[in-house]
Design a protein. Structure first.
Length: 586
């Protein structure tokens, strides 16, 4: 979008350039066949993998600050180069086109402009571009536009460059030792480096988001080479919190008085009687909270802070580390810690680049086996950190299973794909299930599932899960009593009897919870609509409508109350005794 908002520039799927008038929605200019992508460039794109830090594209588009010029160029991503005897035989081309929006005619570009615009760059004004003509940091500088002559040379390197509201500064991302930096154009030096996602400058003010989530304002003081960003806060702004997104941790005390929640970056503990936040922390990944408000949460490693369990004290607003955890393979689930460790010594010079078969990988973020050393020859060990003792362990000498953990019930669900060697070996341990598989024929796309109760320290059941020749995948699950609930890739909750292995019901929706006392399931069928069903019959018993999507759903231990937290930050406690014909099972 142009700075004045009048034009939208885009490259379509045929690699044609387009300029649209935002007021009318009509295309006012087009350049067909701007760039013909090569087969090898597509291959480079297909095998590039994900990059969560920034969006990558085949092309770059930039506008001059006065919206007079639009610049299109082939980016430095997804390129190829073939060399023979040290000479380039073929490679991706540098291509750039600058359009004058006052005449809709291309500008006559030259010099180093094609090289500069293939990497991160910005317009300083309609006559100058700042960028890097090569991968050498010392080649960076300022170039004239549109003839591309070097005007100034200095040293920096970045994959992203952003203009600011101050003519003297730009933002670079990343630095060698920080997520972002502020570059002083007058002094040709880094004025500040910070582990922040973003920052803004306006006149003599430096603005960024603090750890607590508020917007902090600092002042730029001094003149010339002595100019610097002060550490003193000259102002701050509390911004409204948006809807709750994906939670990395969520737990409630059984009396529904205390709630611990965390996003990826920030977390805390709330008193539900008053709605007051009693503890505020950085993001944590697991938790448990008692009826008196005392809680234990798992904090990942951050800078000098170790990966550890910590005690939350709402009375004193304290967070006290109590036990260090392994840097990898250790995760808290309620009052338990699951540690996965490699049975063999890992050779530092040997890397396992084996990719998991997507057909066998359950579709859930809980299956975060990103380290290849935890995919084979792994020991699973469950420890009750309150009693400080190991309650269950098992070695998997070959391929380890995928897993999910219901931290409320304390049940761990292990998954093996029957098409894998590990799944076939596991199946031989159950002659009954082996006979069933033999009778049904090819079951390569199905799963073998084992449910383990951490409180009892033993397996409560093993069952075969059929997927209709791979028509769906399963993800994380819940389990209590004889019930196993699994989320699938078709936005359904599948209810299985552990004892019989039978699929009893399918419920459409997500954010489910089991009430084993009254044999019920609560599930969000539609955004903001929670339904309660009888698990034996599948019949609906009640329906609740809340403000916003359900972010967290939980029954209490007595089974007479249902707690729902909405994404709109409203907490609900429903009295199930008021539901007709929903008495506890005998």
């Amino acid at each position: 979008l142009s700075p004045d908002g009048n034009y939208l520039a885009c490259v379509d799927t045929s690699a044609a350039l387009n300029i649209l008038d935002t007021k009318t929605g009509k295309r006012v200019w087009q350049k067909k066949e701007f760039y013909q992508l090569d087969y090898y460039e597509y291959i480079s794109w297909l095998f590039s993998g994900r990059d969560d830090e920034q969006e990558k594209s085949f092309f770059c588009i930039e506008f001059s600050p006065d919206s007079r010029f639009a610049m299109f160029s082939r980016s430095n991503y997804f390129r190829f180069r073939f060399r023979i005897d040290g000479l380039s035989y073929a490679s991706s081309r540098d291509t750039a086109l600058a359009l004058d929006l006052t005449t809709f005619k291309p500008a006559d570009t030259g010099g180093e402009l094609k090289n500069v615009t293939s990497r991160a760059y910005i317009f300083l004004d309609s006559n100058r571009i700042l960028g890097m003509p090569s991968n050498k940091p010392e080649d960076a500088g300022i170039f004239s536009f549109p003839n591309g002559k070097r005007l100034q040379k200095f040293t920096f390197y970045a994959t992203q460059i952003k203009n600011t509201g101050s003519a003297d500064y730009i933002v670079l991302k990343p630095l060698a030792n920080a997520k972002m930096g502020v570059f002083d154009l007058k002094n040709n030096s880094i004025a500040a480096g910070m582990n922040k996602e973003d920052a803004a400058l306006w006149n003599n003010l430096f603005i960024f988001e603090s750890v607590s989530g508020k917007i902090v304002i600092r002042e730029i003081q001094g003149e010339g080479a002595g100019k610097k960003i002060t550490e003193k806060e000259v102002g701050s702004i509390e911004i409204p919190v948006a809807a709750i997104g994906n939670l990395s941790a969520s737990q409630i005390s059984d009396n529904f008085s205390w709630l611990v929640l965390s996003s990826k970056t920030r977390g805390g503990m709330w008193n539900l009687a008053t709605g007051e936040r009693k503890v505020f922390t950085r993001g944590f990944r697991g938790g448990v909270v008692a009826d008196d408000g005392s809680g234990v949460t798992e904090f990942p490693k951050l800078d000098e802070s170790k990966h550890a369990l910590a005690l939350l004290n709402p009375l004193k607003d304290e967070v006290i580390p109590i036990r260090e955890l392994s840097e990898k393979g250790a995760k808290q689930y309620g009052r338990f810690v699951l540690t996965r460790s490699n049975l063999k010594e890992k050779k530092e010079d040997k890397k396992d680049d084996k990719k998991d078969d997507p057909k066998l990988a359950p579709t859930s973020a809980e299956f975060d086996d990103t380290d290849s050393s935890l995919r084979t020859a792994v020991r699973f060990e469950l420890k009750d950190f309150i009693q400080d003792k190991v309650i269950w362990s098992r070695d998997f000498p070959k391929e380890s299973p995928y897993y999910s953990f219901d931290e409320y019930s304390g049940r761990m669900i292990l998954y093996w794909g029957l098409g894998s060697d590990a799944g076939k070996a596991k199946l031989k341990e159950s002659p009954e299930l082996q006979a069933k598989v033999d009778a049904l024929g090819n079951k390569a796309s199905d799963y073998l599932i084992e449910v383990i109760d951490a409180f009892a320290g033993k397996t409560v059941g093993t069952l075969l899960l059929e997927t209709g020749k791979g028509s769906f995948d399963v993800g994380s699950g819940l389990s209590e009593g004889d019930w196993l609930l699994l989320y699938d890739s078709q936005d359904r909750v599948l209810a299985y009897s552990i004892k019989t292995g039978e699929l009893r019901h399918r419920f459409f929706g997500k954010s489910a919870a089991i009430n084993s006392v009254r044999n019920q399931i609560a599930v969000e069928n539609f955004p903001g609509e929670i339904s309660i069903y009888n698990l034996e019959t599948g019949e609906p018993q009640a329906n609740f409508v809340i403000n916003g999507n359900a972010a967290f759903v939980r029954f209490n231990l007595n089974g007479n109350k249902l707690f729902v937290l909405s994404a709109a930050q409203a907490a609900y406690a429903f009295d199930l005794n008021k539901i007709p014909n929903a008495a506890p099972k005998k």
